[in-house]
Design a protein around this ligand. Structure first.
Ligand code: SF4
Ligand code: SF4
Length: 222
């Protein structure tokens, strides 16, 4: 899932402080799971904004909506009939949802209410960690299904650097060395021959550094 964190309220107020009517829009998918932008967080943010404006002696309308997904035309259409009455939307979706809403409703300022952080997992309640950087050329088949692109601080593709020590990464004793994890797992799987297979030079053009990407599946197009 995409993991995000709530933005500080002061930052959001700075963007909407001159508005008279504000729509706070949540998303029912990833940001709900990571408790940054679902229905509950929409309610909390909307209440905080109302309180702020009330303390300022201003009458500002702050409404709430939570869409199934903000990265999907179909669900964004659900606010078409109401969106024009607002001066701005604060979207609690990830950066993808914020942009897609802004593309669809071109005259509406859409401000992000969360900081989108990474694609990752919920390790336990309140702990999320990164697992994939969407490099566009997955190499998990030869790394014991542990991603060195997102989990090795140096993105090394052919084994650990000299700084790996006692299973920890040299940049922080709190971080496991990704390559130690890979080696341990390959040993467990009895697949150490995968470790011997030299990774070819990676084509980073399929990664974010190669510019924005698009996937077109002709079989799914109408
Ligand atoms: S190798 Fe690339 S696509 Fe596969 S998990 Fe890592 S970053 Fe994601
Ligand atoms: S110590 Fe391990 S995880 Fe850290 S940079 Fe070196 S190989 Fe990568």
């Amino acid at each position: 899932m995409i993991v995000a964190e709530k933005k500080p309220i002061e930052e959001i107020i700075e963007e909407v402080k001159d508005c008279e009517k504000i729509l706070v829009a949540g998303c029912n998918e990833c940001v709900t799971v990571c408790e940054a932008g679902g229905k509950k967080e929409v309610g909390i943010l909307a209440s905080a904004l109302r309180m702020y404006f009330m303390n300022q002696g201003r009458k500002v309308e702050v409404d709430e909506v939570t869409l199934e997904r903000q990265c999907d035309h179909e669900y964004l259409e659900e606010i078409r009939d109401i969106i024009d009455k607002y001066d701005a939307v604060v979207s609690l979706a990830c950066g993808v949802g914020v942009q897609f809403m802004a593309e669809k409703y071109k005259r509406m300022p859409v401000f992000p209410g969360v900081n989108t952080s990474f694609m990752g997992v919920a390790e336990e309640r309140g702990v999320w960690s990164e697992r994939c950087q969407g490099c566009g050329q997955c190499i998990l088949a030869r790394t014991g299904s542990i991603c060195p692109v997102s989990r090795c601080a140096k993105r090394l593709l052919n084994g650990p650097c000299g700084g790996s020590s006692k299973g920890k990464c040299e940049i922080s004793k709190d971080l496991d060395c990704a390559w130690q994890l890979i080696i341990d797992r390959l040993k467990e799987l009895g697949r150490m021959e995968d470790f011997e297979r030299l990774a070819p030079i990676k084509d980073w053009s399929t990664e974010r550094a190669g510019g924005p990407r698009k996937i077109i599946r002709e079989d799914l197009r109408e």
